[in-house]
Write a protein that binds this ligand. Sequence first.
Ligand SMILES: Cc1cc2nc3c(=O)[nH]c(=O)nc-3n(C[C@H](O)[C@H](O)[C@H](O)COP(=O)(O)O)c2cc1C
Length: 314
Amino acid sequence: MDLSVRIGPLTLRNPIIAASGCFGYGVEYAEVVDLASLGGIAVKGLFLTEREGHPPPRIVETPAGMLNAIGLQGIGVRRFIDEKLPELRARGATVIVNICGSTIDEYAELARVLSDAEGVGALELNISCPNIKEGGITFGCSLNGTFGVVSAVRKVTRLPLFPKLTPNVTDIAPFARAAEDAGADAVSLVNTFLAMAIDVETRRPKISNVVGGLSGPAIRPIAVRMVYECRRAVKIPIVGMGGITDARDAVEFMIAGASAVQVGTANFVDPFIWPKLLEGLREYMQRHQIARVTDLVGTVETGETKEWRNGVMG
Ligand SMILES: Cc1cc2nc3c(=O)[nH]c(=O)nc-3n(C[C@H](O)[C@H](O)[C@H](O)COP(=O)(O)O)c2cc1C
């Protein structure tokens, strides 16, 4: 059984990746998870410098999901390279570094610094964090912004580039196309959905940032739809995510068009989920006599025509 997948120039041993912000810098989980058994680890979003993030409360449980506004707390890229990357390398992890900036120059500088570091498998450009005021989602919500930041980073690095798209737009497909046109090797989608929860006793927002990003099973059908739409719009691979809790969910994303998937919130519920995901994927492939996991990608049978979609939906 062949579980390996290619995401642009990067080959992953399997399609299951730990999602950014939900798996620390990877090393924190080394005692419970064999880091080399994962397809990849997308580490917590990094800026050039350290950041404290927002004050607590920063997360709250919601029906079938969670709301967070961490505010991209992090140790900064240089400490990551010095303190975390060597251990990730030693443990055989495939490292995807999630990078964030307030300006295009910051993204480009991060890409330059990480290009010189040993053991970086790919860069995931976080242009979709809903929880910071400056940068980030400002680029991800504008087609020109997306094109601009991706092409600027493309010019300074040979590392595989995966811009991470926001679902907080009316139509996500043109954003995937803008990323592809700018030289992205793949697109990751989706980041969290802007959302809000209020304590009705105090009438105060449940998190300090007032609004935050919704993740978990609540968002899965929307994320699957977005992967499906992007699959039809671009040729580059898609890394899909949003509410995956078991192997069947992962398979659903792959059938919709994702070449690999990321799992975030589910790791908070069950940090021992990783071998179960891989075992479940193998079991599915065996039962459906699929020799290569890539044979699943984009195989959804809708039987639909364009006319049907435009005319009858809703
Ligand atoms: C607590 C938390 C922190 C996150 N931090 C980041 C981050 O630093 N960078 C990023 O691109 N996405 C971040 N995300 C988004 C996840 O990587 C993922 O896109 C989203 O949660 C949907 O997947 P899930 O439903 O499996 O969690 C974060 C999500 C959560 C819940």
